[in-house]
Design a protein around this ligand. Structure first.
Ligand code: DQA
Length: 148
């Protein structure tokens, strides 16, 4: 299995960005652990980050045929992006949405996800461990549902 892990805007600032909410680990550190976890499950994972909505849309659009599944933290675009939702709905590759924080315990504008309905599942509130949980869930989902 080959997974694409996508990270949206401002996640490149993890480590110094609002550590009281997101912790002090860098994105590179989190992704190294996620890639290693995928490998421990005999899956290959590649990760990317962009602050640019269109770049994320293009990566999702290019995933068909290249990846079996997508793990995505769309960050702020979660709450605003019809383009990302349409990309996830249309790409034909199952996705799981991840948030480091529990967005439902935060400001009301974070309570709506435009992207979640285009995903097979969502994980939030467990910090970087959410990527591991999402990979685990997605690999199980792919084993049970792919081709159905
Ligand atoms: C986030 C939650 C979003 O509301 C926020 O805009 C982010 C990070 C999270 O991982 O908790 O940038 O996606």
């Amino acid at each position: 299995m080959k997974l694409l892990i996508l990270n949206g805007p401002n996640l490149g600032l993890l480590g110094t960005r609002e550590p009281e909410i997101y912790g002090s680990e860098t994105l590179a550190g989190m992704m190294a652990r996620a890639v290693a976890f995928a490998a421990s499950r005999n899956a290959e994972a590649e990760w990317r980050q962009s602050d640019i909505e269109g770049e994320l849309v293009a990566w999702i659009g290019g995933a068909r045929g290249a990846f079996d599944g997508i793990v995505i933290n769309p960050a702020a675009y979660t709450h605003t992006s019809v383009a990302l939702r349409d990309a996830l709905s249309g790409c034909g590759v199952p996705a799981v949405e991840v948030h480091l924080s529990n967005v439902h315990r935060r400001e009301p504008f974070r309570h709506t996800s435009l992207t979640a309905a285009a995903c097979v599942g969502q994980v939030m509130g467990f910090g970087a461990d959410g990527y591991r949980l999402a990979i685990e869930g997605l690999l199980n989902w792919l084993t049970n549902n792919r081709g159905k």
